[in-house]
Write a protein that binds this ligand. Structure first.
Ligand SMILES: NC(=O)c1ccc[n+]([C@@H]2O[C@H](COP(=O)([O-])OP(=O)(O)OC[C@H]3O[C@@H](n4cnc5c(N)ncnc54)[C@H](O)[C@@H]3O)[C@@H](O)[C@H]2O)c1
Length: 277
């Protein structure tokens, strides 16, 4: 049965940045199809809270948590070693961690994030998390996946901004000078485009060892954003609305399972059609 191919029984899925908005959704999607999750993030408390939420719906024995900062190779190596000691093989890796400041109820004027003023400290910090972190995790867990006959899957969470440039007009505020207008920072574009390069590289590097690598590029998730921002963004999306946070779950299940066994090196864009306009 084709539907059986979506099942992830006996598979361990490690998720980075798992305590965030979409990390929880990825975890829940994996648990729903019978997989086990290893939730990793920088804050123990946030991980414990996430486990508590997921445990109300799923078997707590299927949920492990581990503090892991993706910018620190020694953290990732320690988690990998601890899992090996417990005879837990990482079958699927979801590189999801990012510094992803949300557009909240109110957009704020900012000079700091504008291209002209963007600092090397912010550049390094954001690229370390979003790009170098994905590289380290792919290197460490991917090498293990490739080293026995079992293979595995790496899924990089990118963004619709891996395909298009941010439309800075949607962040603009009325009555603010140009040099103070909020923007989506350059790092976001660089990281999300970079992840597609990493995806293609890894997808060919270990292809004959049974390791597939793909990217999922979501569009913006509706939370509590500023109303004007939502209206402007909705006009750029053929479906006329932002995503709800659970609308990526089926794609995560597809890309992490045998259901996508012949999909490799692709960027699967799930964005209500925004990138075709
Ligand atoms: N939310 C959206 O609308 C949206 C849209 C497109 C793409 N994305 C992408 O989806 C992914 C998840 O986004 P989100 O909205 O859940 O963001 P989020 O900010 O809610 O979650 C990101 C998580 O990453 C963690 N993190 C930060 N630095 C880390 C580090 N050094 N090591 C490990 N973890 C670290 C944070 O603690 C946080 O829990 C990101 O890659 C983001 O770019 C999100």
């Amino acid at each position: 049965m084709t539907l059986d191919k979506f099942r992830l029984e006996n598979k361990n899925v490690l998720i980075t940045g798992a305590a965030g908005l979409l990390g929880k959704e990825h975890a829940s999607a994996i648990l729903e199809v019978g997989g086990k999750v290893i939730l990793t993030d920088v804050t123990k408390k946030k991980l414990e809270d996430t486990k508590k939420i997921l445990s109300s719906q799923f078997n707590p024995n299927s949920i492990l948590i581990s503090k892991m900062d993706v910018t620190k190779k020694e953290d990732i190596l320690k988690v990998s070693k601890d899992l090996s000691k417990s005879k837990i093989r990482v079958d699927v890796l979801i590189n999801n961690a990012a510094i992803n400041p949300k557009v909240g109820k109110k957009l704020n004027p900012t000079k700091k994030l504008r291209f002209e003023n963007f600092s090397s400290e912010d550049w390094n910090l954001e690229l370390d998390v979003g790009l170098k972190g994905a590289f380290f995790c792919s290197q460490i867990f991917g090498t293990k996946m490739a080293s026995d006959s079992k293979g595995g899957v790496i899924l990089n969470i990118s963004s619709d901004l891996s395909v298009i440039s941010p439309d800075q007009r949607i962040y603009q505020l009325k009555g603010i000078s140009e040099d103070n207008q909020p923007v989506k920072p350059v790092t976001y574009s660089v990281i999300k485009n970079g992840l597609i390069g990493l995806t293609k590289y890894v997808a060919t590097y270990w292809s004959l060892k049974g390791v597939r690598c793909n990217a999922l590029s979501p569009g913006g998730v509706l939370t509590d954003q500023d109303n004007e921002f939502i209206k402007k963004l909705n006009r750029l999306i053929p479906l006329g609305r932002m995503a709800s946070k659970d609308e990526y779950r089926s794609t995560v299940q597809y890309l992490c399972s045998e259901a996508s066994s012949y999909v490799n090196g692709q960027n699967i864009v799930v964005d209500g059609g925004r990138t075709i306009w």
